[in-house]
Design a protein around this ligand. Structure first.
Ligand code: ATP
Ligand code: MG
Length: 599
C-alpha cells in the first residue's frame, strides 16, 4: 500500500464535529481572484495555478478495456475551448446548457466549460426516451444541448419542434452529412482558443439544475449554486476519505446528482484521478477496473452491490478473489438503504466494509455518513457530516412533520421515529424548485429543511432509515417502514430482492404486502411462500410481518436502481401509474466473465 495513504489521519467524529466551521473550511477552496467562487475554477484552474497541471485528472476506460488519460492541463484547455464556444454563440450568463451524454471525456469539458463560463448546466440521463428528454428541456428552458448524433436522432429530433428555445445543438460526431439545425462540437471547439479567464462569480449564482429521480412523483428541478462546491469538496474528504494521490471511481450515471457532485466535481477539486467508465455494467468488467486502475476509493450503490452479490452465489469463490483489490482502501454506497448483508458481503468479498451515506438531489452533497474514521454500523445511514445539523421531527396524521404555530417538535429520545430534518443553510442546499416556488417554501419550516424521509435516531447520534414518508404503511395503529420489512425478507436464503407496500384493508387500515423476487434456484411455490412468511413473522413479529407475499420475476426500479413502490402500489390497486419517465425498462444482464474485457 502506498505510504501516503497510511499517513492519513482522519479526525474522529466527535472532534471533527466540535471544531468544524464552514467559514474556516472555506480556506480549503482556492477562490476566484476577486473573492467569488466558481465550481469550474475549483475543479481545474486551481490545479494549474498550483503547478499541478500534469497530474492525471481522468482515466477513461473504453468499452474494449483500453485506457486513455487526460491531465488537468488538458481538461483546462478543452473546457476553455467550450467556454469560448458558449461566449461566441451568444448564450447569456445563467442560460442553460443541457448534456445528453454517457460517461466520456467530452462530458467533463462540456460541464466544466459551462460552469467556468457562468452558464448553468443540466445533465440528462442518456437512456431517457424522447418524452422525458423533451419534458425536462422544456421545463429547463434549454438554450444549448451537447449530445451525440445517434442520441440526437433517436431522442431529440422527434421532439425538437416542441423546443423553440433550444437554439444550439452541438453533436460530438456530426458525420459528413449532419442532421439539419445542428452544429459540430469538434469544429467549434477546434476553432476556439484554449485558455479562458473565469469571470467574477457570485457564490450564490446558479450553477446546476438537477431533476430528482421521480421515485415519489413527477421529477422536480432542483437549482444549485456555485458555493455548493465547498460542500462537495469537504464531504468528499470527510465521508469518502478522499485525499491527494487517490484514484477515485464513482459508478453513478452522470445524469444524476451523484454522477455530478461526486463523479465530476468533488474528485476534481481534490486534484485526484477519476475513473471514467465508458462501458456497461458487468461484474467481471467492474472487478477488472477496480484492480487494473488501482482504484483506492470506490463510491457505488446498493443496486450495483446487489448485482455483484448475485453474480457470486454463496459458497463459491467471489470474482473479487480472482482480482488484486489491494489498492482499495474505502468503499461507500448511496441511493437507497444499504442492507446489513451488503456491509458484511463487502468485508468478505472486497476485504472492506461498505460505508453507507445518505443525501438527496436537494441537499447537493452527502449529509449523513458512516465516517472513514469510525467503525461502520451495519444498517445505519450514519451520522451527520460536521457542519450539518440534523433532527428527528414528530409527525402528524399525514405522516409528515407536524407544524404547530409555525414550529416543529424535535424528538430527543433515542429510538424515536419521525421525519428527518436538516437545519437550513449548508452550502450545497438547493435554492429552488424550477417554476415551483410554493413547493420549495413548503419544504422548510421553523428554519429546518424537511426531507420527506422517515428515520429513527439511536444512541450516539446514529440515524436509521425507516422509509419515505409517502411509502410508510400504517397498519392497525403501527407505523411500518417498508425498508425494515424488506431487509428482514432479504435475509431469507431464497430471497434476491423484495418490495413492500401497504394494501388498504377495512379493518387494519392497511396490511403489509410483499413482492418477492426469489433466487433462480428456488421454485416460487406454496411451500416457499409459507417458509418466507414464517421466517418474516419470526424476525419481525406478526404486527409488522407481511400478510401477503407475491412472487415476481423482477421489481420496477427507477433508473437509479430504487424500487418504485408507488408503481407496485398503483398496479396492485389498479390506479393510474403516474409519471414513469424514470422507470427503468432495461436491466443490464449480469454476467460472470472474469476478464473485465467486455466486447
Ligand atoms: P423524488 O423526490 O422525485 O421522488 P428521489 O427522492 O428518488 O425522487 P433523489 O434525490 O435522487 O430522488 O433521491 C434521494 C432519496 O434517496 C432520499 O430522499 C432517500 O429516500 C433515498 N436515499 C438516498 N440515500 C439513501 C440511503 N443511504 N439510505 C436510504 N435511502 C437513501
Ligand atoms: Mg426526493
Amino acid at each position: 500500500m502506498n505510504a501516503l495513504w497510511v499517513t492519513h489521519v482522519m479526525p474522529d467524529y466527535e472532534s471533527a464535529r466540535d471544531t468544524f466551521s464552514w467559514r474556516r473550511e472555506r480556506s480549503r477552496l482556492a477562490g476566484l481572484p476577486d473573492g467569488g467562487i466558481n465550481i469550474g475554477y475549483e475543479a481545474v484552474d486551481r490545479h494549474l495555478r498550483e503547478g499541478h497541471g500534469e497530474r492525471v485528472a481522468l482515466c477513461c476506460v473504453a468499452r474494449d478495456g483500453s485506457v486513455r488519460t487526460v491531465t488537468f492541463a488538458r481538461l483546462a484547455a478543452e473546457s476553455s475551448r467550450f467556454a469560448h464556444v458558449l461566449d461566441s454563440l451568444g448564450l447569456k450568463r445563467g442560460e442553460r446548457v443541457f448534456t445528453l451524454l454517457g460517461r466520456r471525456s467530452e462530458l467533463y469539458s462540456t460541464v466544466l466549460g459551462t460552469l467556468r463560463a457562468g452558464r448553468v448546466l443540466c445533465p440528462l440521463f442518456a437512456a431517457f426516451g424522447p418524452e422525458p428528454v423533451a419534458l425536462r428541456m422544456e421545463l429547463g428552458n434549454a438554450r444549448a444541448l451537447v449530445t451525440t448524433r445517434d442520441l440526437y436522432e433517436r431522442k431529440v429530433a422527434p421532439v425538437r419542434s416542441r423546443l423553440p428555445h433550444l437554439r444550439h445543438v452541438m453533436l460530438l460526431d456530426p458525420g459528413a452529412d449532419p442532421p439539419p439545425d445542428t452544429l459540430s462540437f469538434p469544429a467549434l471547439t477546434a476553432a476556439a482558443p484554449d485558455a479562458y479567464t473565469v469571470s467574477p462569480t457570485d457564490p450564490a449564482e446558479p450553477a446546476l439544475l438537477h431533476f430528482t429521480s421521480g421515485t415519489t412523483g413527477t421529477p422536480k428541478g432542483a437549482v444549485h449554486v456555485h458555493e455548493a462546491v465547498l460542500a462537495h469538496h469537504v464531504t468528499a474528504a470527510y465521508a469518502l476519505d478522499l485525499h491527494e494521490g487517490d484514484v477515485f471511481w464513482c459508478t453513478a450515471d452522470p445524469g444524476w446528482v451523484t454522477g455530478m457532485s461526486y463523479g465530476i466535481i468533488a474528485p476534481l477539486t481534490h486534484g485526484v484521478t477519476t475513473v471514467v467508465d465508458e462501458g456497461e455494467f458487468a461484474p467481471g468488467r467492474w472487478y477488472g477496473i477496480l484492480a487494473d486502475q488501482h482504484v483506492t476509493v470506490w463510491y457505488t450503490a446498493p443496486t450495483a452491490l446487489r448485482m455483484l452479490m448475485r453474480a457470486a452465489p454463496r459458497g463459491e469463490p467471489t470474482p473479487a478473489a480472482r482480482h488484486d483489490l489491494s489498492s482499495l482502501r474505502f468503499v461507500a454506497s448511496v441511493g437507497e438503504p444499504l442492507h446489513p448483508g451488503a456491509v458484511h458481503w463487502g468485508r468478505e468479498a472486497l476485504g472492506l466494509p461498505v460505508h453507507d451515506t445518505w443525501w438527496q438531489t436537494e441537499t447537493g452533497a452527502i449529509m449523513i455518513a458512516n465516517f472513514a474514521a469510525d467503525p461502520v454500523q451495519p444498517g445505519s445511514m450514519g451520522r451527520p457530516i460536521p457542519g450539518v445539523e440534523a433532527a428527528v421531527l414528530a409527525c402528524g396524521e399525514d405522516g409528515r412533520a407536524a407544524i404547530i404555530d409555525g414550529h416543529v417538535q424535535i424528538l430527543q429520545e433515542p429510538g424515536s421515529e419521525g421525519e428527518l430534518a436538516l437545519r437550513a443553510g449548508w452550502p450545497s442546499m438547493f435554492r429552488g424548485y424550477l417554476h415551483e416556488p410554493h413547493r420549495y417554501e413548503g419544504c422548510f419550516a421553523d428554519g429546518w429543511y424537511l426531507t420527506g424521509d422517515l428515520v429513527s435516531r439511536h444512541t450516539g447520534g446514529w440515524y436509521w432509515f425507516v422509509g419515505r414518508a409517502d411509502d410508510v404503511i400504517k397498519s392497525a395503529g403501527h407505523l411500518i417502514g417498508p425498508f425494515e420489512v424488506e431487509s428482514a425478507l432479504m435475509e431469507h436464503p431464497a430471497v434476491a430482492e423484495a418490495g413492500v407496500i401497504g394494501r388498504p384493508d377495512p379493518l387494519a387500515g392497511a396490511i403489509v404486502k410483499a413482492f418477492v423476487v426469489p433466487l433462480p434456484e428456488y421454485p416460487p411455490d406454496i411451500e416457499l411462500r409459507h417458509d418466507v412468511l414464517a421466517f418474516a413473522r419470526r424476525r419481525l413479529g406478526p404486527a409488522v410481518a407481511p400478510r401477503e407475499i407475491e412472487f415476481v420475476e423482477d421489481l420496477p426500479h427507477t433508473r437509479s436502481g430504487r424500487v418504485m413502490r408507488r408503481l407496485l402500489r398503483a398496479r396492485e390497486l389498479g390506479l393510474p401509474e403516474g409519471d414513469v419517465s424514470t422507470l427503468e425498462t432495461y436491466r443490464p444482464a449480469v454476467t460472470t466473465e472474469p476478464s473485465g474485457k467486455d466486447p
